[in-house]
Design a binder for this molecule. Sequence first.
Ligand code: C2E
Ligand code: CA
Ligand code: CA
Length: 303
Amino acid sequence: PSIGVSLFSDNPVTVDELMKQADLSMYQAKAAGKNTMRFFDPEMQQAVSTRIKLETELREALIQKAFFVHYQPQVNSRSQVTGAEALVRWQHPQRGVILPDEFIALAEETGLILQLGRQVLANVCHQLAIWNSLPDLASFTIAVNVSASQFRHPDFLHLIDEAIAINGANPHNLKLELTESMLLDNTEDTIHKMYSLQAKGVQFSLDDFGTGYSSLSYLKRLPVDQLKIDQSFVKDLGKNKSDVAIARTIVTLAHSLGLAVIAEGVETKEQHKLLLKEGCEAFQGNLFSCSVAIEEFEKFIFS
Ligand code: C2E
Ligand code: CA
Ligand code: CA
């Protein structure tokens, strides 16, 4: 059993309130692995209230289209820009700009990520269509983060097709960032979706590579184009020998499977130099530019 307990000695509370508190504590006991007991504590309630408020605001923000996309340049080994990663931001009416770490997880849990993902994709495909008409930018790619629940959704293929078609984007310039764990569960569905998209020209990059379980047989079987070395390994390059070894291993693995490789979170010249030496051919990080609004991104390219 999971037991929730609420005490009511000094504070007068209604029966309803008391039951709610005990219920909340019981769910905490379940979340803690079941077969245990939790006492109600006001912080619990605070966390739940904060979450409910954020969820309500998220729903409103989707209606108001209060999300916008920033672009972080990706460069090749000669430091020329070849495209960008799209990173979503929330323009909150009171709090200003909110970064994704604060709302993506909640958007996933509530299913709101589907609508959010659709807005981001529309934004990105619109941008790709604009670039496609400009000779200097026609080959630029945009990488978009895809959440597991988005990818698993039965409508996912339709959603991508729709965004490409409505906006007139070139699918060859769209890159979807998936994570290793997404490839491992529900393999049949994964294979079907990835090959359908690949047939249209869409590319795939494996985000945060090296942090999850890597399956070499899936890397071989699935149409992955690029591995993205996670920023946690890039961070201590130069200080930590095993991070150099990990970066080298990922580059070697990518190249022996015929895949491209990019490092993210590159902040210093030293990290850049070490990665170049290991054969890494693409880079993203604050050393080149942080994520910026589209106007600034275009300025950056032509500077
Ligand atoms: P991520 O995909 O790993 O994105 C890289 C994060 O690292 C971004 O944070 C970026 O701003 C940050 N970053 C880039 N270069 C550097 C650097 O040199 N140093 C440091 N310290 N950080 C750097 P951001 O924009 O806050 O995004 C956080 C996460 O939110 C992303 O991690 C991604 O998982 C998720 N996310 C962002 N946009 C979307 C989206 O449209 N859809 C979904 N599903 N997730 C998104
Ligand atoms: Ca990413
Ligand atoms: Ca990443």
